[in-house]
Design a protein around this ligand. Structure first.
Ligand SMILES: NC(=O)c1ccc[n+]([C@@H]2O[C@H](COP(=O)([O-])OP(=O)(O)OC[C@H]3O[C@@H](n4cnc5c(N)ncnc54)[C@H](OP(=O)(O)O)[C@@H]3O)[C@@H](O)[C@H]2O)c1
Length: 227
């Protein structure tokens, strides 16, 4: 039985991935900052765990509760997109710190805390949800704006490329996945994809991932993206 742990699973892409994972018969551990109000997640997940990915104490407490339970697939999904740090001319460093803490430190703190659980599983897979906005190649072609968010995802991409090598001896595969532009609270209603289109495709891509994919930066369809 495959166990998947998905952060920020109470809404948006996290909830969509939880639904598709449950449809596959996976044991779904969905995390939420406020489990009491995560009714939809509760109806599909095997269990809902309290987690604020920006808090080391919260991460340590979850790791304690997991004990030595194997986690086949860790999905670092929780993220934020504050616009107060979009532009260097008017940059709010508190917002910048928040986005780095949530989108970059959070996935790394959680990964570090539960590497032993992933290492003792069958799949040994870590998927971090990134963005094509983290591509330095694309940004240097002239795409503008979103300084803080782009930086947080570019740093997540580099962290993944690095930790992929560092975790390889434990048999762990680490991949960053861009979900597309999706109609969630973050993506807005003008986005290209419905949450179901994106997350069904992400889960199909996750099904196919193996050790040969270690360190890759792909989109929801599994296609390579430029760094
Ligand atoms: N939507 C897009 O077009 C798009 C495109 C590229 C990448 N992404 C990435 O995809 C991921 C999911 O985005 P989404 O569109 O589903 O966003 P969303 O609808 O805004 O949902 C974000 C989720 O992250 C959780 N979260 C935020 N900060 C957290 C924290 N400190 N601790 C724990 N959970 C936290 C939220 O929990 P609360 O309900 O408690 O706030 C919520 O469950 C993010 O990493 C995002 O950067 C999205």
């Amino acid at each position: 039985m495959t166990t998947i742990l998905i952060t920020g699973a109470n809404r948006g892409l996290g909830l969509g991935m939880a639904k598709h994972a449950a449809d596959r018969g996976f044991t779904v551990i969905g995390t939420a900052r406020n489990p009491d109000s995560a009714d939809e997640l509760k109806s599909i997940a095997s269990r809902v765990e309290l987690l604020d990915t920006s808090s080391r104490e919260s991460i340590d407490a979850l790791a304690q509760r997991l004990g030595d339970e194997p986690i086949d697939i860790l999905v670092n999904n929780a993220g934020i997109f504050p616009h107060e740090c979009d532009d260097i001319n008017d940059l709010d460093f508190d917002a910048f710190e928040r986005v780095l803490r949530t989108n970059t430190f959070g996935p790394l703190m959680l990964t570090k805390a539960i590497v032993p659980n992933v290492a003792k599983s069958d799949r040994k897979l870590i998927v971090s949800i990134t963005s094509n906005l983290g591509s330095i190649t694309d940004a240097s072609k002239g795409q503008m704006g979103f300084l803080g968010y782009r930086t947080s995802k570019a740093a997540l991409n580099m962290a993944n490329a690095t930790m992929a090598h560092q975790l390889k001896p434990k048999g762990i595969t680490s991949v960053v996945v861009h979900p597309g532009w999706v109609q969630t609270d973050m993506g807005g209603q003008a986005a290209d994809l419905s949450p179901d289109q994106s997350t069904s495709s992400i889960m199909n891509t996750i099904d196919q991932l193996s050790a040969k994919d270690n360190g890759r930066f792909v989109d929801y369809k599994g296609d390579e993206l430029p760094w």
